[in-house]
Ligand binder design. Structure first.
Ligand code: DC
Length: 211
């Protein structure tokens, strides 16, 4: 069974997807971490973020692989390094290239083959697994999303975080391949006024409705 959770930056997708997967005994695929990992290697290697061909070549050679709940590059798991402002600033540009996206979709489908999983991202219900049994579009106001991001990384200026998220949403929504949009058949869940627990309860109810 596949559960697809899409939505804008800071809506709580990864936190909620991880908790939901745990409750259901499924694995969690954090697709944003894949794009972040490629941005991280590209910055490290000084690859031109404007070149889809160079990024696709890097993706084919850096041994990027999903892990349950994370990602590894060259066999090494990456964690907090993926959450830096430098990666935040680069990732939408990396994710914009069709050549990068098509390979990322292939990697995700291959990894998910035969697995029960909860995957979160921007194009899971529209492109990666349009046949997912349950599709959710998780959203919240821009202010709430910026506050959550800022709380995760103390020291960041709230107004700047808000600006950065709005810029990323705009770029993620405007691209021609795999743009952020509500998938056909997706249920909209607004998390602005809900705790993580409350969101997960609601999603469990969508996945396994009480008789
Ligand atoms: O979910 P996140 O903030 O970690 O995602 C980081 C970026 O990766 C996001 O700005 C857009 C891109 N992304 C994407 O284009 N497609 C996905 N399925 C997941 C993430």
């Amino acid at each position: 069974m596949k559960i697809a959770i899409d939505g804008p930056a800071g809506a709580g997708k990864s936190t909620v997807a991880r908790a939901l997967a745990q409750r259901l005994g499924f694995v969690h695929l954090d697709s944003g971490a894949l794009y972040r990992a490629l941005a991280w290697v590209a910055l490290r290697e000084g690859v031109d973020l404007g070149s889809g061909a160079d990024l696709a070549h890097l993706l084919a050679t850096c041994r990027l692989a999903p892990l349950p709940d994370g990602v590894s590059v060259e066999g090494v798991a990456l964690g907090e390094a993926l959450k830096t402002p430098q990666v935040d600033a680069a990732v939408s540009q990396v994710a914009w290239h069709p050549a990068v996206r098509s390979e990322m979709v292939r990697i995700q489908r291959q990894w998910g083959e035969g697995r029960d999983l909860v995957a979160d991202g921007r194009d899971i219900g529209t492109v990666v697994w349009p046949e997912a049994e349950v599709k959710i579009f998780l959203t919240a106001t821009l202010a709430a999303r910026a506050e959550r991001r800022a709380a995760e990384q103390p020291g960041l200026d709230l107004a700047q975080v808000e600006e950065e998220i709005a810029r990323r949403d705009e770029k993620d929504s405007a691209r021609s391949v795999g743009p952020l949009r509500v998938a056909d058949g997706a249920r909209l869940v607004d998390t602005t006024a809900l705790t993580v627990e409350e969101v997960v309860d609601r999603l469990v109810e969508l996945v396994r409705p009480k008789p």
